[in-house]
Write a protein that binds this ligand. Structure first.
Ligand code: GRF
Length: 195
């Protein structure tokens, strides 16, 4: 059984997809800890409901105490390492991780991005894809799972899936379609890595 650590910052619908996949045996893995940098992240509730240990680890307190971003990343790595994870899953984790974290888990940190490789790195990717479609710049969007490097939403690609955009779509329609695609792709990508 591979041990997964999942880092989140918000709703945690992708975490839920992982929890569900482990429960039905679609993913033969154990989520050993869920970490959030936000206290009110709904994903923490999902984790608690599934009896998964949680850690709340905010950056703000570090910065206010005069500690560096690297110190936060190094302490975060230490806390997660204690759970002996085989894979670290960034599922809506909103901080870019520096080598102070990444070097503790070489080749073991993966991220989910709601756009195709090389497109719309950073926040509001779905909205930016939607707007690019309105301007006729793209015909579809997609999602990707990739290994994490210090550069945001970049790194060796593990899996991608295209997501169509229709002229009748509202932004909410597109968001729903992208998220549904992410839930499937994340589980599939982790299964592929573990195979
Ligand atoms: C996902 O779209 C993920 O790709 C992005 O943040 C969102 C997180 O959604 N980076 P959720 O918290 O898993 O519902």
């Amino acid at each position: 059984m591979k041990r997964l650590a999942v880092l989140i910052s918000g709703n945690g619908s992708n975490l839920q997809a992982l929890i569900d996949a482990t429960h039905v045996g679609e993913l033969e893995a154990k989520i050993v800890v869920v970490v959030s940098n936000r206290r009110d992240a709904y994903g923490l509730v999902r984790a608690k409901q599934a009896n998964i240990p949680t850690l709340y680890f905010p950056l703000k307190i570090y910065l206010e105490a005069g500690h560096s971003r690297e110190a936060y990343d190094a302490d975060l790595a230490k806390m997660v390492l204690a759970y002996q994870p085989d894979l670290m899953i960034l599922a809506g984790w909103m901080h870019v991780l520096s080598p102070a974290f990444l070097d503790c888990f070489p080749g073991r940190v993966l991220n989910l991005h709601p756009a195709l490789p090389g497109q719309f790195a950073g926040t509001h990717a779905i909205q930016r894809a939607y707007e690019a479609f309105q301007r006729g710049e793209i015909e579809h969007t997609g999602v990707m799972v990739h290994w994490v490097i210090p550069e945001i939403d970049a790194g060796p690609v593990i899996a991608t899936a295209n997501v169509p955009i229709y002229t009748t779509d509202s932004l909410a329609d597109l968001e729903t379609r992208v998220h549904a695609t992410e839930h499937g792709l994340l589980v599939e990508a982790i299964r592929g890595i573990m195979a």
